[in-house]
Ligand binder design. Structure first.
Ligand code: BTN
Length: 247
């Protein structure tokens, strides 16, 4: 294990780990705020709703950002995944000239294929949220044979650009961007990223289905809290707070 101290955050690098999120949650009390657990190989990665997050020997980014704010009042815990998704889109656009879109709440797609997923898990002590583990999986060097094993359309930087990438360099660039704007985001909340987030939600205006209920709506907008606003066939509006959408 190598631990590097830097001004804004520190990275703990593990050669291989079952799941960076599980590891971070297990040892969270011994890590400081803004510690990042990183591995390029994860053996039992977890996704949202207890799904598997597939990874093999090909080097991808599996990382978990540990956030333990001193002041948890008004801390935008529920919008952190949306903040990270905006940062990741910005990174993919600027660095690789890609056009990622966000599938609410926080999947990143390129040409309808998933390249990244985010899993946030709370650290609760005495019934209060004390912190959060913000896990990000980004398919970097995954070849198409492995991508085919994923139960939805998926892609990687390797497939998109036809070359391999240095995962640690990518990790640092993403984290620099994340922490550059982090304090401002924390003080202002979702409104600080609303426009950037919504601009990448290219399903707005389309018919969508909520996976859990199978109910179909038209997606209307993202409100100032980051919730998805939809309307049913009678024009009645609803706020969707959690779940997965099928576009
Ligand atoms: C999803 O789209 O369902 C979320 C996937 C999150 C995967 C990342 S990989 C790093 C971190 N460790 C895990 O076990 N999961 C998250």
């Amino acid at each position: 294990m190598i631990s590097l101290d830097m001004s804004k955050y520190s990275i703990v690098t593990l050669e291989e780990v079952h799941s960076t999120n599980s590891y971070a949650l297990e040892y969270i009390s011994s890590f400081e705020d803004k510690t990042v657990i990183f591995s390029s190989h994860q053996t039992s990665g977890r996704g949202r709703y207890n799904r598997k997050w597939i990874g093999d020997e090909s080097e991808n980014i599996y990382m978990s950002i540990i956030l333990k704010p001193v002041n948890t009042n008004n801390f935008p815990f529920s919008n952190l995944t949306q903040y990270l998704s905006v940062i990741l889109c910005e990174f993919l656009e600027k660095e690789y000239n890609l056009q990622p879109s966000i599938k609410w709440p926080n999947d990143i797609l390129i040409d309808d294929c998933k390249i990244s997923g985010i899993l946030a898990e709370s650290y609760i002590n005495r019934s209060e949220i004390k912190g959060i583990v913000l896990g990000l999986g980004l398919n970097v060097n995954m070849p198409s044979e492995t991508l085919k094993k994923i139960d939805q359309k998926a892609t990687s930087l390797y497939v998109l650009k036809n070359k391999s990438f240095d995962v640690e360099m990518i990790l640092r660039k993403i984290l620099d961007l994340f922490f550059e704007r982090y304090d401002k985001f924390v003080s202002k909340g979702f409104i600080n990223i609303k426009d950037e987030y919504e601009a990448r939600c290219n399903f707005i205006g389309n018919k969508i289905t909520i996976r859990e209920t199978g109910v179909q709506y038209t997606a209307i907008s993202i409100n100032k809290e980051g919730l998805l606003i939809v309307k049913d066939e009678n024009g009645k509006e609803f706020e969707i707070m959690t779940g997965d959408i099928l576009c």
